[in-house]
Design a binder for this molecule. Structure first.
Ligand SMILES: [Zn+2]
Length: 226
């Protein structure tokens, strides 16, 4: 499994000092069709590796995918984040014994106040949905898939994505729609993804796997839509 060490960390929001796990390099054995990495060995180890990509302060719940020492919050951000973390419904319910997906939700809340791109907020929600699936928390899995989908659509509309990121995000909008049962919608997005990829494949031969994946998932969505 991934080499795991912990690092002394200072929360940029409340100043609490704690030891946070830090994931080193690890081995994966391919990806699921929503790009969730597959790990050899126990399911719970895989959950832990995905989960530990987020640092969460045990005192105030401030969370981020970035290294805490790289974060410098403005006074306004600090105030708004404290307020959001205090008032958040899911955090109120789950803070006392946090399930592994809670860190992603907290990172999403903090990320909104820090002005993260929609693409990045979507990625946090997508990763939360992976953890929920591995933990068999199906209603939460769908909730996070839907949130990821909405962020990705906003990113496509407003953030001028291009290249690999554009193709991957467009594919994911299709795949998340398919997983949420919107098969016809999914098919439209797979077509869009293929179109963006058509331009990109000439430049980036490393994306041939995505081309194959889009064909397979389109076939699946067509069967499911019938
Ligand atoms: Zn804190």
């Amino acid at each position: 499994m991934g080499e795991l060490r912990s690092v002394r960390t200072r929360c940029p929001l409340c100043g609490h000092i704690f030891r946070a796990p830090r994931v080193g390099s690890y081995v994966t054995v391919g990806r699921e069709t929503d790009l969730c990495p597959k790990f050899p060995g126990r399911q719970s180890d895989g959950t832990r590796l995905i989960r530990d990509a987020i640092t969460m302060c045990p005192a105030c719940s401030f969370s981020a995918a970035e290294d805490f020492s790289d974060l410098d919050l403005t006074v306004d951000e600090r105030y708004d984040i404290e307020e959001r973390l205090r008032e958040d419904g899911l955090l109120k319910v789950f803070r006392a014994s946090p399930p592994p997906w809670l860190a992603f939700h907290a990172a999403e809340v903090c990320g909104q106040e820090r002005g993260l791109r929609f693409r990045e907020l979507g990625d946090l929600c997508l990763r939360a949905s992976w953890v929920c699936r591995k933990e068999r928390e199906h209603p939460f899995e769908s909730t996070f898939q839907l949130r990821a989908l909405r962020y990705f659509i906003r990113a496509l509309r407003e953030e001028g994505l291009h290249g690999r990121e554009l193709s991957l995000t467009t594919y994911l909008v299709g795949e998340l729609n398919r997983r949420l049962g919107n098969h016809r919608e999914a098919l439209n997005w797979y077509v869009n993804a293929e179109r963006t990829l058509g331009d990109e494949l000439g430049r980036d031969a490393g994306l041939a796997w995505l081309d194959r994946l889009i064909s397979e998932q389109s076939k699946l969505a067509r069967e499911q839509a019938a």
